[in-house]
Design a protein around this ligand. Sequence first.
Ligand code: THU
Length: 127
Amino acid sequence: VEALVQSATRAREQAYAPYSGFAVGAALLTDGGDVFVGANVENLSFGLTNCAERSCVFSAVTAGARQFVALVIVTDSSEPVVPCGACRQVLAEFAPDLRVICQNTSGATAEYTIAELLPRPQQGILA
Ligand code: THU
């Protein structure tokens, strides 16, 4: 987890957040031991913003990884920040048992599973 925190902290430095001023970094560990990172990427058209969590999932899937075991999110906030609803749904698509570790830059940590954060993910609508 400490290595993931370091990766997420580094990724956070690449956040493009000129509108909110709120930089987020994330690091995702695969079952094969690889780590993919992401940062939030904002847009003048605010709704097009991509959260750090989805950035790292999309990067991992693009590289061929689909089995994930842990996600660390790092924010500079008074409390650790949990993933938004959209990111929870995206994470649940690939990793219903994912460990989600949320940490602020002061070191306060909260840990959940994605199943706890999103008890009833959308599923089964295509069959
Ligand atoms: N943000 C994330 O990247 N992840 C979160 O878990 C919380 C929100 C981003 C979106 C936006 O760029 C900024 O933080 C403020 O909401």
